[in-house]
Write a protein that binds this ligand. Structure first.
Ligand code: FDA
Length: 397
């Protein structure tokens, strides 16, 4: 077996791993990135509908879920969205803001992958694909890694960076190896679950909702004290759309979610107005003027509302407005890792140095990106964490 020596080996050629390798290599170290996939950055390629929502201009630690809400502050504060935008601009990649600070490539997510690979080549880092880690052990000089797959070798390195992501979308090559490595070195891993994922309904609710599949509406979705105001979508299995994906990261089993349609409108005042000015309209028609028609028809049938609005009592209209603004449903689950954008939980932040992402108990061992218990909201926050944590480790090595 071939014996090789590197300063740093990075496991995972995704967003965080490539960023880390660029900075570790540009400081003069011999760096090897290994990935079991055929191509690097596969999640970047499919992200943002193929245009990669590569950062969010407003990203701060407040936009992340973690056992320690302060943990992400250091990396995010030292490598900011502005720094990544400068890199994108240096490579002449054109981009636009879609909404809420979310920046997307004008052309293709592949531009971001090409940019990272150019930077890695320029810094002198090596990338080996179709290769994975068979075993990792600690020794006096650092780590000994046995590589398997296309590149079989025994590699000695001073630093080993775990950047192999979370469990979401196993079909794209997601594995639990990062968590297993943490476990091997006595590092705690917090409970993991699917995040930014559609919610599903049980058969009873589905029977009522099935006809609504494909209908979208703006809504404020809340769960406990957390709320997001964006679009939502009825699907064949439950609910999806940005507002639902956002709340899914906060939702716990057996918890109801509250849906407020027409979040910016005083629905009660609007219905009273209809009563005064369009007394002969049915309640269904009146609601259909402010809500998507299929949704208005559905709510009307579901709750048995009937009659013309002029004959309805103010009390009844207030009750209807209350439902439009506070409809509670009980999801039974999520679509799971099969479609989740991220994995909540992961390597316990208490075991890592927030400035360097190095494990407190194992010198030279680093965990970065999604494998760490830091999960961003929808909207470019997860890539920003990958860039910032990758940079923090890469510049500390
Ligand atoms: P990432 O998953 O990117 O990389 C891990 C790498 O490790 C992969 O290349 C994988 O092949 C490799 N690997 C895994 N196991 C291995 C093993 N056993 N051996 C060797 N290699 C191994 N975020 C955002 O901010 N904006 C967006 O637009 C989107 N859009 C989006 C769409 C979809 C469909 C998904 C699934 C996710 C997103 N995300 C997103 C989330 C974002 O993709 C994610 O948070 C980052 O890619 C995480 O970066 P990492 O480098 O940590 O993991």
């Amino acid at each position: 077996m071939l014996n090789e020596t590197f300063d740093t080996v990075v496991l995972g050629g995704g967003a965080a791993g490539l960023m880390c390798a660029i900075h570790a290599a540009s400081r003069g170290g011999r760096v090897l990135v290994l990935d079991h996939a055929k191509a690097p950055g596969e999640k970047i390629r499919i992200s943002g509908g193929g245009r990669c929502n590569f950062t969010n201009t407003g990203a701060t630690a407040r936009n992340y879920i973690s056992g320690n809400p302060h943990f992400a502050k250091s990396a995010l504060g030292r490598y900011t969205p502005r720094d990544f935008i400068a890199l994108v601009e240096k490579h002449g990649i054109s981009y636009h803001e879609k909404t809420l600070g979310q920046l997307f490539c004008d052309n293709s997510a592949r531009d971001i992958i090409a940019m990272l690979l150019d930077e890695l080549a320029e810094a002198g880092g090596d990338l080996r694909l179709n290769t994975t880690l068979q075993s990792l052990s600690q020794n006096a000089e650092g780590f000994s890694a046995v590589l398997a797959g296309e590149s079989t070798a025994r590699v000695q390195c001073r630093n080993f960076v775990v950047a192999c992501g979370g469990k979401s979308i196993p079909k794209m090559g997601a594995t639990s190896l990062g968590y297993q490595l943490a476990d091997q070195f006595g590092i705690a891993v917090t409970e993991t679950r699917a995040g930014l994922v559609p919610l599903t309904f049980g058969e009873n609710l589905l029977a009522e909702f099935r006809e609504m599949a494909g209908v979208a509406a703006d809504a404020r979705i809340s769960c406990g004290k957390t709320a997001f105001e964006e679009a939502m979508l009825f699907t064949h299995r439950g609910l999806s759309g940005p507002a639902i994906l956002q709340i899914s990261s906060y939702w716990q089993e057996k918890q109801k979610i509250r849906i407020a349609f027409l979040p910016g409108l005083d629905v009660c005042a609007a219905l009273m107005n209809f009563k005064r000015e369009n007394a002969r309209k049915t309640i269904g028609t009146a609601l259909g003027e402010v809500l998507p028609k299929r949704l208005a028809g559905f709510l009307t049938r579901l709750h048995g509302w009937s009659g013309v609005i002029g004959e309805m009592s103010d009390r009844k209209l207030t009750e209807i407005a209350g439902i439009v603004h506070g409809w509670e449903v009980l999801p039974v689950g999520t679509e799971g890792y099969r479609t989740a954008e991220v994995t909540l939980g992961g390597v316990d932040t208490g075991a890592l140095n927030s400035r360097t992402l190095q494990a407190n108990n194992v010198r030279g061992l680093y965990f970065i990106g999604e494998v760490v218990d830091v999960t961003g909201w929808l909207g470019g926050y997860n890539f920003q964490w990958a860039w910032s944590s990758g940079w923090a480790a890469g510049t500390a090595i």
